[in-house]
Ligand binder design. Structure first.
Ligand code: ZN
Length: 463
């Protein structure tokens, strides 16, 4: 009893004094906590596969299972966050808002503390209303999507909850590996790729790696990324494409560990050549090998301090087409472009205004001294390069997170036009192209969040 009393008095004194040195000691005891979870989301019905307009029938089977995975983190002060990765094309805004809203309510995490990422595999199921104009769906298919999508929302929320509920002491490390199979698809025609010996256009060949080890040093989880479309395959089998194979390879090499893939700014990048399972396996192994090299080297250990920021910035679109212009587009266009123009006309018929701007999600995490910039939509590679210039070469830049609203071109790509700059807008249900200030609005928002989170600006000397 006496001992307890002395301990209580001494502890009370220490708390009252609140010396900086003592705070450091207390922080050192309170290291990271981390938890992982996974759920199999492979469709059990022959649903339509997402991502391509050219498919003409539903799925025929499974090459390997699709997963949602979650990595929950808690820092020394109790601040929590969850990174959710998924073998799907991407979550449309309404699904993502519902999922994040439920996680917010059930587990008291704000939008800033949740990353809902997708691998952008083109061999996963169609979700919600996403990209509807490009798929020739019948009523039975629409019903299957209507059954699958809400169940997936439940599964994602459960998975996040499981990860948050199973956290244990961990050490975190980060670093960037490198592998070079991503090719700028706007500048290097696929048909001539084997005869191309001077690849053109920008790429981001970094393979960012976040390593999570248990107190015993054993690998608990590895979250890794790459900036390249998951479009090696265009078949009728459920498959995670090259990111799926990379995750399988890493989990085979580290039994008991969870491998989670997040897509980078690869909207204008393809793995070339492509279109066979053996190529998807090859690229998956190449990425896994880049991650393995990082795991085997001395990575940067991250102190248990987590900062999370999130903001939706309103991005303007150009003036929408008139009814007459849309009618002309329906006459001139075919396929999904025609269906996209029809969808805009239908909105006018229903008395609804055409969209003139969009609330675009920008997020920033600091895990120790590792900065992650997290963007929505199909982001072209220029953004990764700009953001690394702004925040340092080791920055992780994620795309395809929190909302798959459309392509996100830089000013360069916007002015060049083509699929990623212009024509993909209609298939995503946008009436027209983004306005010229898209790039500055996104980059300024990232800069604002970085400043809030205390991330050092690498380019501040020039500003
Ligand atoms: Zn895409």
């Amino acid at each position: 009893m006496k001992c307890l009393l002395i301990f209580a008095v001494v502890w009370g004194l220490l708390m009252v004094l609140d010396l900086p040195g003592l705070r450091v000691a207390a922080g050192a005891q309170n290291g990271w906590l981390a938890g992982v979870a996974r759920v199999d989301i492979t469709p059990q019905e022959p649903m339509w596969l997402a991502g391509y307009a050219a498919r003409d029938h539903p799925a025929e089977g499974t090459l390997h299972p699709l997963f949602v995975k979650a990595l929950a983190l808690k820092d020394g002060e109790g601040h929590q966050a969850v990174l959710i990765t998924s073998d799907v094309l991407g979550f449309p805004k309404d699904m993502s808002d519902r999922i994040r809203g439920r996680i917010e309510k059930q587990f008291q995490l704000s939008h800033a503390q949740i990353i809902l990422s997708s691998s952008h595999t083109h061999s996963g199921p169609v979700l919600g209303d996403s990209l509807r104009p490009i798929y020739p769906l019948d009523d039975a298919q629409i019903e299957m999507i209507g059954r699958y999508s809400p169940r997936l929302e439940d599964q994602v929320v459960d998975c996040a909850g499981q990860a948050l509920g199973s956290m244990k002491p961990a050490r975190l490390f980060s670093g960037n590996g490198v592998t070079r199979f991503a090719v700028n698809r706007r500048n290097n025609p696929e048909a001539a790729i084997l005869d191309t010996h001077d690849l053109k256009g920008p790429s981001d060949h970094a393979a960012p790696v976040l390593k999570v080890a248990g107190e015993d040093g054993v690998l608990m989880a590895v979250a890794f990324g790459y900036a390249c479309h998951a479009t090696v395959l265009a078949s009728y089998q459920w498959c995670g494409d090259y990111p799926g194979f990379a995750q399988i390879e890493l989990e085979k090499a580290h039994p008991g560990a969870t491998a989670l893939f997040f897509a980078g700014c690869g909207a204008d990048q393809n793995a070339l050549p492509r279109r066979t399972v053996s190529y998807a396996l090859q690229y998956g192994r190449e990425l896994a090998a880049a991650v393995e090299r990082m795991l085997s080297e001395g990575m940067n250990e991250l102190s248990p301090v987590l900062k999370t920021e999130y903001k939706e910035v309103e991005l303007a679109l150009e003036a929408p087409p008139t009814r007459e212009q849309l009618a002309g587009m329906v006459q001139t266009y075919t396929g999904y472009m025609q269906r996209g123009a029809q969808a805009q006309l239908k909105l006018l018929d229903e008395g609804k205004p055409l969209r003139t701007s969009y609330p675009y999600p920008v997020q920033l995490w600091r895990i120790g001294d590792q900065t992650l910039v997290v963007l929505g939509g199909e982001v072209v590679v220029d953004y990764a390069l700009f953001l690394k210039q702004m925040l340092g070469r080791e920055t992780f830049v994620l795309g395809y997170c929190n909302d798959l609203m459309s392509y996100v071109p830089s000013v360069r790509v916007l002015h060049e036009g083509g699929y990623e700059g212009a024509t993909a807008q209609l298939e995503y249900g946008m009436p027209t192209t983004w306005a010229d200030d898209i790039e500055s609005r996104i980059l300024n928002t990232a800069r604002e969040l970085a400043t809030k989170a205390g991330a050092p600006l690498a380019d501040s000397a020039q500003k």
